[in-house]
Design a protein around this ligand. Structure first.
Ligand code: NAD
Length: 501
């Protein structure tokens, strides 16, 4: 059984708490390792280490900082498969999808290579006689990232690449369910030439999170996880004077208009609902056909495909979907299927009946794809996030009725519409109360140079992840007003300076 500890000050540091969390291999159902859970003092030591590294790193030229990112990109490409294999064994997503997880994070590292361009600031010459005004973007200091289990590569890279390229030093607190990949990143950063102490990884649970959110030396907290914890982190970090962005859960709807290409829709739904066993914050979990004919046709098309989904060991190249992350999470998702049935949904395909019958992996946390029809807006199984391989069909009669569903839902992360009509697509994109919208694209995850963030219960705080928004989050503006040349005498002024030439 392997052990995972911390990485602080450029080296691996053994945990001293004596407390560990289990790391499972979801494909086999066995405990594969354990992760040290840090004490408050250990977290404080990581913060102190990052604080000590800040003056030199923030004082390093922007170009030298960018070159570290350039080297990191090359190393991440070299290590991509090793990272993906480690990720797949702890998370359970299939290897090809794990490669995608690394790749989407890598793209943020690629974006961050060009961050000097975005740190340029503004300059106004001669705003008054002999007076120039300029603003610049300064790093904040020590910043922290707290991440969920479901994207153990992409999300730590979203945060750390932008923060570090902007000149901050970083304390990473990964999910205790799959801590290996962020520790591998620490070695990649070091090999890329990042000075010791700039990127630190501390493994832990609530005690670590609370320390990060309350320690005055941490200037900003970036969080991604479930909504209750996002709210808690946002409230705690902001109450302690920190900048905070906290992304939460999701319930993403796909509208299917009568004129949509239904073959394209079926392909899109199968991938977006069941890929990564539905454990994606941008998974489509609700299909909203408009009109009975579309709904009936969709059920007819989806049923055999859901029944035939290839569920298997995450490293099985034939598997389309791996197991869920833990036995607890499997039980939770099964509980939601029980609830949906009790509430009166029609179980078109029941994933609970699925039996994994290959190669002795019966103890893995497997669940078959589940398809539920005739779901109603009042049902708890519709209102809450399930986060599993379940697709709920909510039938509607009109575009307006369909538009109201995602708009009025507590969550507002992503949504998509499938139609051949440009007017309808444009109207939907403009009016829907959701942060990220796809038009004939099922999972509209913005690329690194745009920014990622939902609305309503899916995100707390005003500034999104990566892109220019990420640069804003990890920097503060300083504006300088300067009078040159010397020798200009304005005399003592007792009124606020105004623009009088
Ligand atoms: P989680 O909220 O359980 O854990 C996230 C982080 O919070 C982990 O690092 C964990 O250690 C910490 N944490 C857990 N309980 C805590 C507590 N009581 N106090 C303080 N810290 C605590 O989330 P998860 O199960 O790891 O991830 C899945 C969730 O993340 C889903 O809800 C999913 O929708 C969401 N998610 C959202 C986005 C987004 O961008 N909106 C992206 C990915 C995942």
């Amino acid at each position: 059984m392997y052990e995972r500890h911390h990485f602080v000050g450029g080296k691996e540091v053994e945990g001293t708490s004596g407390r560990f969390g289990p790391i499972f291999n979801p494909s086999t159902g066995e405990q594969a390792g354990k992760v040290a859970l840090a004490t408050k003092a250990e977290v404080e030591n990581a913060i102190a280490t990052a604080e000590a590294a800040f003056p030199a790193w923030s004082g390093t030229s922007v170009v030298k900082r960018a070159r570290v990112l350039q080297d990191l990109v090359q190393i991440l490409y070299r290590e991509k498969d090793a990272l993906a294999a480690a990720l797949s064994s702890e998370h359970g997503k299939v290897f090809s999808d794990a490669q995608g997880d690394v790749q989407r994070g890598l793209e943020v590292a690629e974006f961050a290579q060009g961050i000097p361009h975005l740190l340029k600031g503004e300059y106004s010459d001669n705003v008054s006689t002999g007076i120039d005004m300029y603003s610049m973007r300064k790093p904040l200091g020590v910043v922290a990232g707290i991440t969920p289990f479901n994207f153990p590569a992409m999300i730590p890279l979203w945060m750390s690449c932008v923060a570090i390229a902007c000149g901050n030093t970083f304390v990473m607190k990964p999910s205790e369910k799959d801590p290996t990949v962020p520790l591998m990143f620490a070695k990649c950063w070091k090999e890329a030439g990042l000075p010791d102490g700039v990127f630190n990884v501390i493994n832990g649970d609530k005690e670590s999170v609370d320390t990060i959110c309350t320690d005055p030396r941490v200037k900003a907290v970036s969080f991604v996880g479930s909504t209750p914890i996002a709210q808690y982190v946002y409230a705690t970090a902001t109450a302690h004077g920190k900048r905070c962005q906290a992304m939460g859960g999701a319930k993403n709807h796909m509208l299917i208009m009568p004129d949509a290409d239904l073959d394209q829709v079926a392909d899109a739904l199968i991938g977006a609902a069941y890929g990564s066993a539905g454990e994606r914050c941008m998974a489509i979990s609700v299909a909203v056909p408009v009109g009975k004919a579309v709904a009936d046709k969709m059920v007819e098309m989806l049923k055999p495909r859901v029944e035939e989904l290839k569920v298997g060991h995450s490293m099985d190249p034939l598997a389309e979907m791996g197991p869920l992350v833990t036995a607890d999470h499997l039980a939770k998702v099964r509980g939601y299927i029980d609830l949906a049935e009790t509430e009166g949904s029609d179980l078109v395909v029941d994933g609970r009946a699925f039996k994994y019958n290959m190669q002795g992996y019966e103890n893995g946390y497997y669940l078959g794809g589940t398809l539920l029809d005739n779901v109603k807006p009042g049902m708890r199984s519709y209102k809450e996030e399930i986060f599993g391989p379940t697709l709920q069909i909510l039938r509607t009669e009109s575009f307006e009725e369909a538009l109201r569903l995602p708009s009025e839902h507590e969550y507002g992360n992503g949504t998509s519409i499938f139609t051949r009509d440009g007017d309808t697509a444009r109207e939907y994109a403009n009016r829907v109360e959701v942060g990220m919208v796809g038009v004939n694209v099922p999972i509209p995850v913005p690329l690194a140079f745009h920014s990622f963030g939902g609305w309503k219960g899916s995100a707390f705080g005003d500034i999104n992840q990566h892109g220019m928004e990420g640069v804003r989050f990890y920097t503060k503006t300083k504006t300088v007003t300067s009078r040159w040349p010397t020798g200009i005498r304005a005399g003592a002024e007792f009124v606020i300076p105004t623009l009088n030439g």
